[in-house]
Design a protein around this ligand. Structure first.
Ligand code: UD1
Ligand code: MG
Length: 471
C-alpha cells in the first residue's frame, strides 16, 4: 500500500519555448524535463505518478511508458482550462488508498526529492491541515502567484499576478507550485473551483483559500531548485545547474571532473576517473575505475574500461574499450567498435563494427571497418579495410600477431592467418596463410646518375620557356 501518490501537470503547450517539441520533453543534461519531476516525486515516496498531458501528448506518453512503465499513469486534459482543471482530470486515476497527493508542475526540473520529504514532514506536524505547500522568497516575483498571509502569519490565499492589487503585487513570497494535498480534500475541492479571474481559468491555487480556515503547513524552499522553465534562457540556466549537480555527485564519489566537462545524468562512473575540460559524456556511457577522458572528447553510449585513456578530441559512439586501452588523440570509434584490453587506436584512425583483440595496435591513419583483428597484431599507417563493394559490406579477418605494413589495402572479404606479414604498400585480394608473406609491388629499379641528367634536362626546358616568353 502506498501512502503517497503524485500528480504532475504537463498539459500546457509551453508557447514561450517556440518549439515543435512539447516543453516537458526538452532535454536537460540528457533527460527530458518531465523525467526529473517524476523522479523527484518517486524519490519522495510516491509509488505511482499521474501525469496530466494534453498539448502534443503522444511523444510525452510514449516517453513515460517506455521509461517508467506502469509506475506512471496518464490523464488527458483535452482543453487547457487551467491548473485546477488539469488536476481535476487526474482524480479518477488516483489510487484510492493514497492519503496524500503531491501536486507538481512538469516544468520545474530542479526540484529535489529531499524538499518533498520536508514538505511531508511539515504536513505530518500539522494534523488536520488539508494541505502543505512550499513557498519561496524572490527579489523579482514577476509572473508568480503571491502568497498572502493573515494577521496570525498563516497563509490565507494565493493571488495570481494578474489578479493582484498593487499592494499584493509587492509581496515577495511566491508560490513555486509544489504542494502536498490530503487526497480527500483534493477530491472535494477541485470540482467546486470557479473560473472567476482575469484569465477565466480554473486555478488550482484557489484551493488554498478554501483550505485556509483549517490551517495549512508551509515550508520555505530554496529559490534555486524551484525555478520554472518557460523559455530557452531558463532552460539553459537550469541545465547548467543540473550539470553542476552531476559533476558534484561524481566528485563526491571520488572522480576528478574538471570545470567545463559535461556529464549527462544517465552516465555512470566508477571511482577515480578523470574527465577533462570540454569532454562530453552522453547517454548510457560507463567509465571503469581510473579511466581518463581527455580534453574535447565526446563519448556517447559507450563503455570505457578501467584505466583506459581516451586522449584529446576523440569521438566514441556505441563503442566498447577494454581496460588499459589507449584511444586517440583524434580517433573515431563508431558503433560496434570493440577495442580489447591494452589495445591502441591512434590519431586519425576510424573503426566501425570492428573487434580488436587484446594488445592489437593501429597507431596512425587507418580505416578499419567490419573487421576482426587478432591479439597483438599491428596495423601500419595508412591501412584501409576495403569493406564495401558499392552494394554489400564484407569482413576482414586478421589472426593473432599479424603485421600489416603501411599503406596497405585489404580488399574484403579476406582472411589473414596468424603471424602473417603483409608488405608495405600491398593491395591484398587473396587470403594469406598463417605465417605467410603477401607482397604485391612492382619491382624497384635504380638508375645510377639519372637524377643529375634529369635535373639538367628540366632546367634547360625551363630556360627555353622563359626565353620564348621574354622575346
Ligand atoms: C502557476 C501558478 C502560480 C505559480 C506558478 C509557478 C496557478 C493558477 N498558478 O502559474 O501561482 O506561481 O505556476 O510556476 O496554478 N497546465 C496544465 N493544464 C492547464 C494549465 C497548465 O496542465 O490547463 C500545466 C502546465 O503545463 C504547467 C503547469 O500546469 O506545467 C503550470 O502552468 P502555467 O501556465 O505555467 O502556470 P503559471 O502561470 O506559471
Ligand atoms: Mg509556469
Amino acid at each position: 500500500m502506498s501512502e503517497w501518490t503524485a500528480i504532475i501537470l504537463a498539459a500546457g503547450q509551453g508557447k514561450r519555448m517556440k518549439s515543435a517539441l512539447p516543453k516537458v520533453l526538452h532535454p536537460l543534461a540528457g533527460l527530458p524535463m518531465i523525467h526529473y519531476v517524476v523522479e523527484a516525486a518517486m524519490g519522495a515516496g510516491a509509488r505511482e505518478v499521474v501525469v496530466v498531458v494534453g498539448h502534443g501528448r503522444e511523444p510525452v506518453v510514449s516517453y513515460l511508458e517506455a521509461t517508467f512503465g506502469g509506475r506512471v499513469r496518464v490523464a488527458i486534459q483535452e482543453e487547457q482550462l487551467g491548473t485546477g482543471h488539469a488536476a481535476r482530470c487526474a482524480l479518477p486515476q488516483l489510487p484510492p488508498e493514497a492519503r496524500g497527493t503531491f501536486l507538481l508542475y512538469g516544468d520545474t526540473p530542479l526540484l529535489e526529492a529531499s524538499l518533498l520529504r520536508r514538505l511531508a514532514q511539515a504536513w505530518e506536524a500539522r494534523p488536520g491541515a488539508p494541505l502543505a505547500m512550499v513557498t519561496c522568497l524572490l527579489d523579482d516575483a514577476t509572473g508568480y502567484g503571491r502568497v498572502l498571509r493573515g494577521e496570525s502569519g498563516d497563509v490565507k490565499a494565493i493571488r495570481e499576478q494578474r489578479d493582484c492589487s498593487a499592494e499584493e503585487a509587492a509581496v515577495r513570497e511566491v508560490n513555486p507550485g509544489v504542494y502536498l494535498f490530503s487526497t480527500d480534500f483534493l477530491r472535494e475541492a477541485l470540482p467546486s473551483l470557479k473560473a472567476q479571474n482575469a484569465q477565466g481559468e480554473y486555478y488550482l491555487t484557489d484551493t488554498i483559500e478554501m483550505a485556509a480556515p483549517r490551517g495549512l503547513a508551509t515550508v520555505l524552499g530554496d529559490a534555486g531548485q524551484l525555478r520554472g522553465i518557460n523559455d530557452r534562457a531558463q532552460l539553459d540556466e537550469a541545465e547548467e545547474e543540473l550539470y553542476q549537480r552531476v559533476a558534484a555527485r561524481w566528485r563526491r564519489e571520488g572522480s576528478t571532473i574538471r570545470r567545463g566537462a559535461r556529464i549527462e545524468a544517465t552516465v555512470e562512473l566508477a571511482e577515480d576517473c578523470t574527465v577533462e575540460h570540454g569532454a562530453v559524456l552522453r547517454g548510457k556511457t560507463r567509465l571503469g575505475a581510473g579511466a581518463r577522458i581527455d580534453v574535447g572528447s565526446v563519448v556517447e553510449d559507450s563503455e570505457v574500461g578501467a584505466g583506459a585513456v581516451v586522449k584529446p578530441y576523440s569521438v566514441l559512439v556505441k563503442a566498447r574499450v577494454g581496460a588499459g586501452a589507449q584511444i586517440g588523440p583524434m580517433a573515431h570509434l563508431r558503433p560496434g567498435s570493440e577495442i580489447g584490453e591494452e589495445a591502441h587506436v591512434g590519431n586519425f584512425v576510424e573503426t566501425k563494427n570492428t573487434v580488436m583483440h587484446r594488445g592489437a595496435k593501429a597507431n596512425h591513419l587507418a580505416y578499419l571497418g567490419d573487421g576482426e583483428i587478432g591479439e597483438g597484431s599491428n596495423i601500419g599507417a595508412g591501412t584501409i579495410f576495403c569493406n564495401y563493394d558499392g552494394f554489400q559490406k564484407h569482413r576482414t579477418r586478421l589472426g593473432a600477431r599479424v603485421f600489416i605494413g603501411s599503406d596497405s589495402q585489404l580488399v574484403a572479404p579476406i582472411t589473414i592467418g596468424d603471424g602473417a606479414y603483409v608488405a608495405t604498400g600491398t593491395t591484398v585480394t587473396r587470403d594469406v596463410p598463417a605465417d605467410g608473406l603477401a607482397i604485391g609491388r612492382t619491382p624497384q629499379q635504380n638508375k645510377e646518375g639519372y637524377a643529375s641528367r634529369l635535373r639538367g634536362r628540366l632546367q634547360a626546358q625551363a630556360q627555353a620557356a622563359k626565353g620564348a616568353k621574354g622575346g
